[in-house]
Design a protein around this ligand. Structure first.
Ligand code: SF4
Ligand code: SF4
Length: 121
């Protein structure tokens, strides 16, 4: 798939989902780049560092009620995230495997009734 045919990452989020703790490796340089966000967002397992996983996705991924997947540390994200080219073979494989999982995670936010609609007048 060509890059222009791939969805925008903000509407996809598939590659930020993973079912294992050791999903996103964080190198020493990645850790330094994360700066003050590293303590909250990374975890050491044995002597290796990884992005912390939460609810089946990287803890840096924010699911926005409007239906967007936002990386809270996009400019400082680890190398493995930078290397996954949107529209490339790895992106395609991630989307085939996990796009539905990402969509399902957004569903509760999309169907949530706005507070103003809940109050009867
Ligand atoms: S799987 Fe591809 S399109 Fe989806 S968020 Fe990752 S890089 Fe972007
Ligand atoms: S650091 Fe950002 S781009 Fe990388 S897996 Fe986490 S949320 Fe996704």
């Amino acid at each position: 798939m060509r890059r222009e045919e791939a969805p925008e990452c903000l509407s996809c989020g598939a590659c930020c989902f993973g079912g294992i703790e050791r999903y996103v490796p964080v190198s020493g340089a990645d850790h330094a780049r994360l700066g003050d966000a590293a303590e909250a967002l990374t975890v050491f397992i044995e002597n290796r560092c990884f992005m912390r996983m939460e609810d089946g996705h990287c803890a840096a991924l924010q699911l926005e009620p409007g239906g967007r997947f936002v990386c809270a540390v996009y400019e400082r994200r680890p190398s493995v995230c930078r290397e996954l080219a949107r529209g490339g073979p790895a992106c395609e494989a991630e989307r085939a495997l996990k796009r539905e999982r990402a969509r399902a995670a957004l569903l509760p936010l999309l169907t949530e009734t706005p507070f103003s609609d809940r109050t009867s007048r």
